[in-house]
Design a protein around this ligand. Structure first.
Ligand code: 5GP
Length: 207
């Protein structure tokens, strides 16, 4: 069975970073030109790079998708994702909406999940509490959050992130249900088609 691409988007401050770290799936690490926060580690949270390095990767077709967000570049390294998908694994991308839409166009089987906080007040509170952005950037991120919410219709699922363990279990339920969709099990269906065309009597003797 082929792997599955799961895209998780949501406004900055929706808590999606914590959620994706708690999922039991392979998590793609993005490259970004934004500054590293004190709590972040290179190669764990992001691969931090210069604009020149980012442009070089983009030109060499090393990125599966890329987008600009509040003045910085973000992109998904292609190699890791393709290797894991080929092995049949579930790979999670935690990316913004423009990148998500690019991935869905290239891979229509990708599952798009939009994560929102219970309210816009929660969002502002979470961003302020995080204390990693200045007030101007918080404002930009809230504006961007409201723009992103308008694109919810492009997503397959909407999950309200009120409680991390509940959100994690809801996402795992979505992945399980997606795996049970017939179009993802073509190899199993083909086995039945083969039995139908071969000698059924012979096949039943062998059981
Ligand atoms: P942050 O700066 O808060 O870590 O991320 C800002 C936004 O960029 C978030 O919405 C996050 O999901 C998104 N993002 C992170 N990595 C990528 C990526 O590789 N591609 C795209 N398109 N967006 C990303």
């Amino acid at each position: 069975m082929k792997g599955m691409l799961v895209i998780i988007s949501g406004p900055s401050g929706s808590g999606k970073g914590t959620v994706v770290k708690n999922l039991k799936y392979a998590l793609s690490i993005s490259v970004t030109t934004r500054k590293r926060r004190e709590t972040e580690e290179h190669g764990v949270d992001y691969f931090f790079c210069t604009e020149e390095e980012f442009i070089r990767m983009r030109e060499n077709d090393e990125l599966l998708e890329h987008a600009a967000y509040v003045g910085k570049f973000y992109g998904t390294p292609r190699k890791y994702v393709e290797e894991r998908i080929d092995k049949g694994e579930v790979v999670v991308l935690e990316i913004e909406v423009n990148g998500a839409i690019q991935v869905k166009e290239k891979f229509p089987d990708a599952v798009l999940i939009f994560l929102i906080p219970p309210s816009i007040d929660d969002l502002a509170k979470r961003l302020a509490f995080r204390n990693t952005e200045d007030s101007l950037e918080i404002e930009d991120r809230i504006t961007r959050a409201l723009e992103e919410i308008e694109l919810i219709d492009r997503y397959d699922y909407l999950v309200v992130n009120d409680d991390i363990p509940v959100t994690v279990s809801e996402i795992e339920t979505i992945v399980t249900a997606e795996y049970l969709k017939p179009h993802r099990s073509k190899d199993r269906i083909e086995k039945f088609a083969f039995a139908k065309t071969s000698n059924i009597a012979e096949a039943s003797h062998q059981i």
